[in-house]
Design a protein. Structure first.
Length: 310
């Protein structure tokens, strides 16, 4: 379709969500640094999450600078001479970020499982977690290169035509990227997350029943961990809905003339980029304290408290 009111409205929505995701992600990253959270006893989960937030910010930037304006204008943004090369780079970045995000959901779910259900198994030590993150980046990079450049079909691309994404399919060639990388990785990540969080939530629920009515530090910690588990499970749910809707939309919507309806997949993909930061800003007291310090409020609160005590 040609550029018009619909394309500008949908593209603006993409841009607004991307900006919001960047704002939240940068805020949480600054809070982690300000609060020196990479060196405390809970540092493994912060290290894992920070890598995800950084990669999510990269993908949000790509959406803001390319998917948003190309959707508005219903056109490629680059001159014909460089457009294929730049689009290959953008698509490869997208897939690297998506694969990294998929692996992150699995790793965070396993981290919560071992920390809460199997605390005597020190799998996610600080040193091990750093090594895991390095391997995670390398695996995501390798998968992206394989899917986008090495396999004969079919590379994944931004598509302003359908306000979303699509595979560049080739006649009579199976979609190896989807069959051997994308679908297995997406499904396994969602399945591992679902099983892990189900076990964690069941464990925490049982523990809460055992400590019902008991006012103690351990009971408060159980309640906090239970909230975290619910929030992380919500993140995995948004991720799962994103890849399922991408595959289901062609069947649900079909060959409609209202192609902008496919934009729901892009919005879900962008929401997936901000769920991690949202969890920390809503539920994590250390992050909230660091944010207050960044804003200059924590010092004020401390001074008022000290003054009242005097």
């Amino acid at each position: 379709m040609s550029a018009g009111a619909i394309s500008y409205v949908v593209g603006s929505v993409f841009g607004i969500v991307a900006i919001f995701a960047l704002f939240l992600n940068i805020t949480v990253l600054l809070a982690m640094v300000k609060g020196k959270l990479f060196s405390n006893r809970h540092s493994p989960v912060y290290i894992l999450s920070s890598q995800t937030i950084i990669v999510d910010s990269l993908l949000a930037t790509c959406h803001l600078l390319y998917q948003c304006p190309s959707t508005m204008l219903q056109s490629y943004l680059f001159p014909a001479s460089v457009q294929p090369t730049l689009l290959i780079i953008l698509n490869a970045i997208f897939m690297f970020c998506w694969y990294h995000n998929s692996l992150s959901h699995t790793l965070v779910a396993l981290n919560r499982l071992f920390v809460i259900v199997f605390p005597r198994l020190p799998v996610f030590t600080r040193q091990t977690t750093i090594a895991i993150c390095v391997v995670q980046h390398l695996v995501a990079l390798s998968l992206s290169a394989t899917a986008q450049l090495l396999l004969p079909c079919c590379d994944f691309t931004y598509s302003w035509v359908v306000f979303s994404y699509q595979y560049n399919s080739k006649p009579d060639i199976p979609n190896y990227s989807n069959e051997y990388i994308d679908l297995p990785l997406n499904a396994s990540s969602s399945l591992i997350s679902m099983i892990s969080y189900s076990v964690v939530i069941a464990k925490m629920h049982y523990a809460r029943l055992q400590t019902a009515g008991i006012e103690q530090a351990g009971s408060k910690l159980l309640h906090k961990e239970y909230k975290y588990a619910i929030q992380f499970a919500t993140m995995a749910t948004v991720y799962t809905l994103t890849w399922i809707f991408f595959r289901a939309c062609p069947f649900l919507i079909g060959n409609t003339s209202h192609l902008y309806l496919y934009g729901v997949v892009t919005v879900l993909a962008e929401l997936n980029l901000l769920t991690n930061s949202t969890v920390y800003l809503v539920n994590n007291n250390e992050i909230k304290k660091s944010v207050r310090q960044i804003r200059g409020l924590e010092k004020t609160v401390s001074q008022v408290t000290k003054s009242n005590a005097t």
